[in-house]
Design a protein around this ligand. Structure first.
Ligand SMILES: Cc1ncc(COP(=O)(O)O)c(C=O)c1O
Length: 389
């Protein structure tokens, strides 16, 4: 902590009284009795492999997101792998977001593709399609686009670029369950869409994922890759993997789907509440949403304006935690600066570099109460006042 920040009297980190001795929960992931009963029924049946519950989960997800085909799989990382493998070749250049979770890009590398990093829009955090257009090479055959934080990328712009350059489009919707673009579900767009069902996602089965697509031949290929290329019992048409889900997860997923729309609506109300709070605190910029989209607020990500504070983002977050408000940083490093991906860093994604120093996420989930918002608002005001630049 800097000397200046240390001198901020009254802050709990300096020995003052915290706004709340009990921290606001950062997320809400608890199972209900209905989820537990659904899982128990599968356990009692003894049918633990991917069967009826996974099929029901797939059908319901496809209907909810306007996708013709939905394939459950083991997690959101292999969902990307299953989508990438049929859609581009080894040695191809693939446009990827510099501002995303590592799996979007590491699975391009695992496939043998060369990631070309594209910068982010600083206000929506979604991929900057104009930057993608500048970075196309003669070897570029695909673009991977993340719908980040529950927001949605500018899909028309992505699709127009893809049509012009004959690119395959894979959308990573790991964080965007039930988000929409121009009133349609995300499954309606691109060549394939992938989702994660990891424990902290808006729709969670512990581990799990979906791939959706609208092309029959592609769906067949993905299903083959998911299960050792098996077309008949012990007949393997091609080499594949075991990336299947199981019916325990399928049953939990179906049960949680019953609540997802209501929980999403609650997240949207909470985001509006945050917008109103931040509008009154100078130096803190609320996230913007791409026009014609509905954001489902997996994360509510705030930017600290230049010169707003006389401390670092991390010092600010530590002081906020002291007052009872946990935060998270998605992400502390842009992907080109990850050691694993440094070989592809062209040092030309300045917005992502900058975001990594100034963003933080406030608690966001369907269980935030009036009391929680009271604590968060008071803590933000207290710490911002003490740390103002
Ligand atoms: C944008 C994004 N893509 C992919 C993944 C990978 O999903 P999983 O953790 O289920 O493998 C995640 C998970 O955090 C993610 O946020």
């Amino acid at each position: 902590m800097s000397t200046l920040a240390n001198s901020a009297g009254g802050l709990a980190i300096n020995g003052g009284t915290p706004v709340s001795p009990k921290p606001v929960p950062f997320m809400s992931t608890a199972l209900t009795q209905a989820d537990i009963d659904a899982a128990t029924a599968v356990l009692k049946s003894g049918m633990l492999r991917a069967a009826k519950k996974c099929e029901e989960f797939e059908q319901r997800w496809g209907a909810m997101t306007q996708a013709k085909h939905t394939m459950t799989c083991a997690n959101g990382t292999v969902a990307l792998q299953l989508a990438y493998e049929p859609l581009f070749k080894r040695g191809d250049d693939v446009l990827v977001p510099a501002w995303s979770y590592i799996a979007t890009v590491s699975m391009v590398v695992a496939r043998g593709g060369n990631p070309i990093f594209v910068d982010a829009n600083p206000e929506t955090f979604q991929i900057d399609v104009a930057d993608a257009a500048r970075k196309i090479t003669p070897k570029t055959t695909a673009i991977a686009v993340t719908h980040l934080y529950g927001g949605v990328a500018d899909i028309d712009a992505v699709q127009a670029l893809a049509a012009k350059h004959n690119l395959k489009v894979i959308y990573d919707a790991a964080q965007a369950h039930l988000a929409t673009y121009k009133g349609k579900g995300l499954g309606a767009f691109g060549d394939a869409v992938t989702y994660s069902l990891y424990a902290t996602k808006n729709l969670a089965t512990g581990e799990g994922g979906f791939v959706t697509c609208n092309d029959d031949a592609l769906a067949r290929q993905i299903k083959l890759l998911r299960s050792h290329g098996e077309t008949d019992k012990y007949l393997h048409e091609q080499v594949g993997y075991n990336y299947r889900l199981n019916d325990i997860a399928g049953a939990i997923g179906c049960s949680r789907l019953d609540r997802l729309e209501a929980q999403t609506a609650q997240r949207q109300k909470n985001a509006a509440r945050y917008d109103a709070i931040l509008a009154k605190i100078p130096g803190f910029l609320a996230p913007k949403v791409t026009p014609n989209t509905t954001c489902i607020w997996h994360l509510y990500t705030v930017r600290i304006a230049d010169g707003a504070l006389r401390c670092t983002r991390d010092e600010f977050c530590k002081a906020l935690m002291g007052e009872g408000v946990p935060t998270a940083v998605h992400y502390p490093r842009p992907l080109p600066k990850q050691p694993a991906l440094a070989a592809w860093d062209k040092k030309n994604t300045p917005v992502s570099d900058d975001l990594s120093t100034r963003v933080f996420c406030l608690p966001m989930h369907h269980d935030l109460s009036d009391e929680h918002f009271g604590i968060i608002e008071a803590a933000l005001n207290k710490v911002a006042k003490a740390m103002r630049g």
